[in-house]
Structures are given as structure tokens and as C-alpha cells.
Ligand binder design. Structure first.
Ligand SMILES: [Ca+2]
Length: 125
């Protein structure tokens, strides 16, 4: 390109490279990717990521709730079985150690779930 004398080079408008991934951000189709369009695209991407994060957290909470529910119901089931006439005292004595550990572990899961949900609720406020 020939250099003109006496005048400072005029700032040339920038163009996107061929098949640029930023070309899609020209929302109004005028061939110019404006700052506003770029910022709007960035905000939209952030919002999309945020919604995705919320969805994942929601699914995680659903799973944790299910686990806590299973722990609680299995505790109730074991106690119900122990109190039923179908289990002999002899067998109850034999399984005592296992049942104690099982009940404490299941209760721990339920308490952990309650604590975690109370904590995350407080954190969200
Ligand atoms: Ca535009």
C-alpha cells in the first residue's frame, strides 16, 4: 500500500476474518459487529451458563433428597422389622452390632442432608 505524505494514516475499520466465530454476533444483520452486540452476546452466554449451573444444582439437590429419603425410610424399615414378631430375639442379638452401625450411618446421612440444606439456604439468602 502506498503511504501518503503529510497526513497521519487514517484508522481503518476493522473487519472480521473469513468464517469468524464472532460473525454470528451481528444481531441486526447490518454487517457490523458493534460493541453493544458483543456485550449483549457476552451477557447472554453468562446467563446461559448461570441457568445451566442452576439446573445442575437442582438435579444434585434432587439426588441428595432421594438419598436422604432412602436413608430415612430404610431406618424406619429396619426398626419396624426389629419390632415385628418375625425376628427372633436370638437373631436380633446376633445382628445388633451391624444394626447399630447401620442406624447410626443412616441417621448421619439424614442429619448431613438437613444440615447441608439449611446451610445452603442460609448461604443463598
Ligand atoms: Ca450489527
Amino acid at each position: 500500500m502506498e503511504k501518503k505524505r503529510g497526513r497521519p494514516p487514517k484508522a481503518q475499520p476493522k473487519t472480521l476474518q473469513a468464517d469468524s466465530q464472532f460473525a454470528q454476533f451481528d444481531a441486526d444483520g447490518d454487517g457490523v459487529v458493534s460493541d453493544a452486540e458483543l456485550m449483549a452476546a457476552e451477557r447472554a452466554a453468562e446467563l446461559k451458563a448461570k441457568i445451566e449451573r442452576w439446573r445442575n444444582e437442582d438435579a444434585l439437590q434432587d439426588r441428595q433428597r432421594l438419598i436422604a429419603m432412602v436413608a430415612m425410610l430404610s431406618t424406619i424399615g429396619v426398626i419396624g422389622a426389629l419390632l415385628s414378631p418375625y425376628i427372633s430375639l436370638e437373631r436380633m442379638n446376633a445382628a445388633q452390632g451391624f444394626v447399630n452401625t447401620f442406624l447410626v450411618a443412616q441417621t448421619g446421612i439424614v442429619v448431613g442432608f438437613m444440615g447441608a440444606s439449611a446451610w445452603s439456604k442460609k448461604k443463598a439468602e
